[in-house]
Design a protein around this ligand. Structure first.
Ligand code: IZC
Ligand code: ZN
Length: 410
């Protein structure tokens, strides 16, 4: 592989590398080096910092005064699925809420039907489009969940597709088994949960984490505990969809079970939030979902950070409650609705997102994989500010340009 110098970077955004996620006040610290350069050798960073004349390389990229950062990390997605649910928009407009649609056999269960019908190749082609868009928006590390199969064959099919994607694209992926995502129609919840617990032994060969949807009408706290204990016993680190709609105490359970992340937390209790500081659990907030579901109450990011917690952000891309592949859009919602500062937001979509999925991504230290983005923006605060569009100009994966923004044909 070639040596590359990227010069003429207006500002280089450098989240701090650390053994654990950044917590509390640390989340507002972000190193920014002005008039910077990056030197890459064999896909790895060998220098990053102020521009100087001390390096040589066979290829030189002139960043033209753009800003640069580590590639973004999206630590919560449901990117592999069949079909789509645009017909639910009309129901939502009539005031039928998300859990009601699920109760009536739609929602997740509709996607389950479509995912079961789809072949491996169809799922792969469909998810590849989403992954392409994610890369174009500056994301090079993605978590991907199963959960639309709800039986052995189809859960494993989804995980196989997810693993195939990581081979086909220049990205880092981790895979999560979310067998207990909904209860198939006409099935007893307890019996179905047993089936999913029995599947953990096999799922372990395909997935890095075990996840469950703990929510009214889906899985209770007691059922979620039983599942998480079983996964922990089998040596699988756990995650949980917790307190998204109703305050069930999912965050406390996540911390009790040493979950690597607790995701959603819109309705998390004050007691739960105060426990984050001394825990190894990252709060993965998904404000795009709150926005898409049309709710007024957003997760209390400020309370979590002010009490010393570690917060991350993700798209939660899925066909029902948040249909976007654009993590930059989530950065804007985090600013507007979660009242997070620009520095907190950048740490949340890089270093903390990586810790939420145990990935070695999100920083640009010497020795790190050269996954980075050149942004067509004057400064790092600009990206959450100018919302809904793509600011990624050049995406570099392991030192290789994999996306460059096309121009117009005039
Ligand atoms: O397909 O609705 N919340 N799971 C939990 C989802 C949203 C995905 C979906
Ligand atoms: Zn989710």
């Amino acid at each position: 592989m070639n040596d590359i110098i990227i010069r003429n970077i207006k500002s280089l955004i450098l989240p701090k590398k650390s053994d654990g996620p950044l917590k509390g006040r640390e989340m507002d610290e972000l190193e920014i080096v002005d008039q910077a350069m990056i030197v890459i050798k064999d896909g790895v960073i060998v220098y990053r910092g102020e521009e100087n004349d001390e390096h040589e390389a066979s290829e030189i990229i002139d960043a033209g005064g753009m800003i640069a950062s580590p590639a973004l990390v999206d630590p919560h997605t449901h990117v592999v699925h069949g079909g789509s649910r645009e017909h639910e928009m009309a129901l939502k407009r009539q005031g039928v809420d998300y859990l009601k649609i699920l109760e009536q056999g739609g929602g997740i269960l509709n996607t389950v039907e479509q995912t079961r019908k789809a072949t491996h190749q169809e799922l792969l082609d469909k998810a590849s489009k989403n992954i392409t868009r994610m890369i174009q928006h500056g994301v090079l590390t993605v978590e991907s969940k199963s959960g639309y199969g709800l039986d052995r064959e189809n859960e494993l099919k989804q995980l196989e597709v997810s693993r195939e994607i990581s081979k086909r694209f220049p990205i880092t992926m981790c895979h999560t088994f979310l067998g207990p995502h909904a209860i198939p129609k006409g099935t007893d919840g307890e019996a179905f949960l047993d089936e999913m617990i029995n599947l953990l032994d096999e799922a372990k060969d395909y997935a890095d984490f075990a996840d469950i949807f703990c929510e009214t009408g889906v899985f209770t706290i007691e059922q979620s505990r039983r599942y998480m204990e079983a996964a922990n016993e089998k040596g699988m680190r756990v995650k949980i969809h917790a307190d998204e709609i109703d305050p069930l105490g999912g965050l406390e359970l996540a911390i009790e079970q040493d979950a690597i992340s607790a995701d959603h937390l819109v309705a998390a209790s004050d007691a739960g939030k105060s426990m984050l500081q001394d825990s190894g659990t990252v709060a993965v907030l998904l404000p795009g979902t709150t926005f898409y579901l049309g709710k007024d109450q957003y997760a209390d990011a400020r309370g979590m950070i002010e009490q010393g917690g570690a917060v991350s952000l993700a798209t939660d891309y899925n066909p029902g409650s948040c249909v976007t592949d654009n993590l930059q859009m989530i950065m804007a919602i985090a600013s507007l609705k979660l009242k997070m500062t620009p520095n907190e937001i950048w740490n949340a979509v890089t270093v903390n997102a990586a810790h939420a999925i145990d990935a070695e991504s999100g920083t640009l230290e010497t020795g790190d994989r050269a996954d980075m983005v050149l942004w067509d923006a004057p400064n790092h605060e600009y990206i959450p500010y100018h919302y809904g569009v793509n600011h990624a100009h050049t995406v570099i994966a392991e030192g290789r340009v994999v996306y460059e923004r096309p121009g117009l044909t005039l």
